[in-house]
Design a protein around this ligand. Sequence first.
Ligand code: PMP
Length: 369
Amino acid sequence: MLADRMKQMKPSGIRRIFELMASMDDPINLSIGQAHFDPPEALIEAACQAIRDGHNRYTVTQGLPELNARILDRVESRYSHRPEASLVTSGVSGGLVLGFLALLDPGDEILLPDPGFTMYAQLAELFGAVVKFYDLYPNWQMDPDEIASLMGPRCKVILLNSPSNPTGGVLGAESIAKVASIAAEHGAVIISDEIYDEFVYSDDYASAIGLHDRVLQLSGFSKTYGVPGWRLGYATGPTELLDAMKTIQQFSFVCAPAPFQVAVAEVAFDLDMSGYIEEYRGKRDRLVSDLHKAYRLLPPQGSFYAFPSLPGEVPEAEFMQAALDARLLVVPGSAFSRKDSHFRLSFAVSDEKLGEGIRGLNDLVGRLT
Ligand code: PMP
């Protein structure tokens, strides 16, 4: 019954954890990929008001003009470069689907980070592209020489994700600039997934925006404002590419959810989220200082994930089972990587749960090593 393309699709390793969690009594869940806070009250109010005011019909495919204007203003004020065009998408996930479809023919190559967000390789392969991985181990940085060596005549896209899911790494400005010039030399597009761009704990966060005329920036509202269920993101970049993505959106998603576009355009850009980000910096600091040193952990510079090594020489399956027995939910590194030497935990949880999680993980060290 099913198309051949379904043969290579595996259910997400993270979804399996969700299913396990549903069967557990009060788990210590450090597997979640979303902020733990509720959206600011003003944003909730604006969304309710937008529904009452009748913003329940389709919007134009590219998204409300006032929202696009605010997106471009924000990008320009942050990076001193105004992209040619923007498009409101159904989450960054929607932006990835549209971007990949607009850029990749079957057989074209895309370079992806290893470890990296699970959706990239699955979508690229679904669309018939050939995936090549560049390595982020051991310091969560890319090596521009490796990227140059992977570039072939069919390489159309280099995907960057900073801050990173799952590593918490932030890519260095110098390596981004080098990779931008490699992409320019080969006529390749950089897709820069910047969904965690507000969750940055280091001073040297950099974006590829403005470094190359073929940069597709994807970002959104899910993580920053605690609204992943609103399915709202955006893409910025060259007009030719954004027009192609808009055409595909016309025949697929149609538009991003209308009332939430209105609410975000009216309220979100004026909200000060710095208190929330500082809270996460504190959770990051606590994790880094209190997690047992048998877990080798590079302090996350951004996002709300940490990607420690497994303790000692413990095989991944044994570690995961021991964690589950202790009601601890984390995500095995092999869900994100060709390697199975690390695991992802999210510190986007209450202080109480984070404390329980750290104690649980530290207890495992004694039992497993
Ligand atoms: N990119 C990365 C790196 C992510 O971690 C996520 C969400 N887990 C997404 C994209 C998709 O986010 P959304 O579709 O909610 O905007």
